[in-house]
Design a protein around this ligand. Structure first.
Ligand SMILES: *Cc1c(COP(=O)(O)O)cnc(C)c1O
Length: 362
C-alpha cells in the first residue's frame, strides 16, 4: 500500500508568482450597457457575417497555418509584402511572442508605468526584467527616456491605454533610430480612431514591430484576430515561435472574417469616424458635468470628477445598468475609462452621471 502525500499545488515553482491579466467583466446577471472593454458598438459587416457562415462548412479541416490569404489581403491594403505580416490569435499573441523573443533578464522590457496591464503579466510569465518609465503628471510620455537604450524590448501603446493619449510618428522614428539595438514594439490597438500609424516606418527600421488588432476598430473582438507588421526577419523570428507554440492559433473562421473585413474597409472606416464623433460629443457633455479628460484618440475616454471618487461613480453606474472600467492603482485610482458606445448608449451614460452628481435628482 502506497502512502498518499496530498499536494496543494502541482504548479512548477517558476510559475508560482504569475499574476494573470484581469479582463473587464462580461456579466450575465442582466443586460448592461457595456462601456468597460472597448468593444465596437457596431456589428461586423454583412460580407463578414457571410464569410463566417461559409467558413462553417469546412471546419472539419485545419486552417492554413501560414494564413496566406489574409497575409496577402493585409499586405495589399498596407502597401507591403505578405512576408511583412504575421496573423495571430488577437494582438495579445503578437505581444506574447515578442516578449518571448526579445526580452529576458539581461534584455529588459521598457514601458510606461501607466499602460496596458498585459505587459506586466507577460514580464512575469516570461521572467523578463521590466523597467517602468513614469509618465508625466499629465500622462504624456517623455520619449527621450526611450532613446539611447542599449538592449531589450521597448513597448509603447500608441495611443496609450488607458490614457488615450497618442504620440507622433516622428517621435517613434526617433526612438527606432536612437535605440537601434532594441526591438521597438508599437501597439496600435486603437490607432484607427484618430492617431497616426507608424506602419510606414517598417521598411526603414528593421527593429520596429507594429501590432494591430481586429478587436476594436473591426468589430471582431469575439473572433480573436490580430497581426504583426515588421521587417521580414522579425516576422520570421516571431513566426518560428508561433509554430513552436501553436501553429494553428488563428482559426478558419477568424481567417475568413479577416479577409472579408479588409475588403469592406470603408464600412469600418465609417464606424471609426462615428465613434470619433460620438467621443467628441461625449467629451463636451462630460466637461459640462465638471469632468476632467485626457485628449483621447481612441474609442474610450479617460476622465475624473473632482467631486466624486471614481470607485463610487463606477459602482453607481453599475447599479443603473452601465458598466465602465475603474483601474485601482496609484496613478489611475481617481480615473474612469469609459468605452465609446452608440450615441444612445452615451446619452444614457451622461444622463445617468448627471443624476448621480445631482444626488439622485435629474
Ligand atoms: C485590446 C488591446 C489589445 C489586445 O487586443 P486583442 O483583442 O488581443 O487583439 C492590445 N493592446 C492594447 C493596448 C489593447 O487595449
Amino acid at each position: 500500500m502506497g502512502v498518499y502525500v496530498y499536494m496543494n499545488s502541482f504548479l512548477i515553482s517558476k510559475y508560482k508568482d504569475v499574476e494573470p491579466y484581469v479582463p473587464g467583466e462580461q456579466p450575465r446577471d442582466k443586460k448592461y450597457i457595456k462601456l468597460n472593454t472597448n468593444e465596437s458598438p457596431y456589428p461586423p459587416s454583412e460580407a463578414v457575417l457571410k464569410a463566417v457562415e461559409d467558413s462553417g462548412r469546412s471546419l472539419q479541416l485545419y486552417p492554413d497555418p501560414a494564413c496566406r490569404d489574409l497575409r496577402a489581403a493585409l499586405a495589399g491594403s498596407l502597401g507591403l509584402e505578405p512576408g511583412n505580416i504575421l496573423p495571430t490569435n488577437g494582438s495579445d499573441e503578437v505581444l506574447s511572442l515578442s516578449f518571448m523573443a526579445y526580452a529576458h533578464d539581461e534584455k529588459p522590457a521598457y514601458y510606461a508605468n501607466v499602460t496596458y496591464g498585459f505587459y506586466d503579466v507577460l514580464s512575469g510569465l516570461f521572467n523578463v526584467k521590466a523597467k517602468h518609465f513614469a509618465l508625466e503628471s499629465d500622462f504624456t510620455i517623455d520619449i527621450n527616456r526611450y532613446c539611447g537604450l542599449d538592449r531589450g524590448l521597448i513597448v509603447i501603446a500608441n495611443p496609450n491605454a488607458p490614457t488615450g493619449i497618442a504620440i507622433g510618428v516622428d517621435e517613434i522614428e526617433k526612438i527606432c533610430k536612437e535605440s537601434p539595438r532594441c526591438v521597438v514594439l508599437i501597439d496600435e490597438a486603437y490607432v484607427e480612431f484618430g492617431a497616426e500609424s507608424c506602419v510606414g516606418l517598417v521598411k526603414k527600421y528593421p527593429n520596429l514591430i507594429v501590432s494591430r488588432t481586429y478587436s476594436k476598430s473591426m468589430s471582431l473582438a469575439g473572433a480573436r484576430l490580430g497581426y504583426a507588421i515588421a521587417n521580414e526577419e522579425r516576422i520570421r523570428e516571431l513566426e518560428t515561435l508561433k509554430y513552436a507554440l501553436n501553429p494553428y492559433s488563428v482559426n478558419r473562421t477568424a481567417l475568413a472574417a479577416g479577409v472579408a473585413a479588409v475588403k469592406d474597409i470603408e464600412y469600418y472606416r465609417n464606424n471609426c469616424k462615428l465613434v470619433a464623433e460620438t467621443r467628441g460629443r461625449t467629451t463636451e457633455k462630460l466637461k459640462e458635468l465638471g469632468f476632467e479628460l485626457t485628449d483621447s484618440k481612441t474609442n474610450f475616454v479617460f476622465c475624473r470628477h473632482p467631486g466624486v471618487p471614481a470607485s463610487e461613480l463606477s459602482e453607481k453606474l453599475r447599479e443603473a445598468g452601465i458598466l465602465v472600467r475603474h483601474f485601482t492603482g496609484e496613478r489611475t485610482n481617481d480615473w474612469l475609462r469609459i468605452s465609446i458606445g452608440t450615441p444612445e448608449n452615451m446619452l444614457a451614460l451622461t444622463d445617468t452621471l448627471k443624476e448621480i452628481l445631482n444626488g439622485g435628482k435629474s
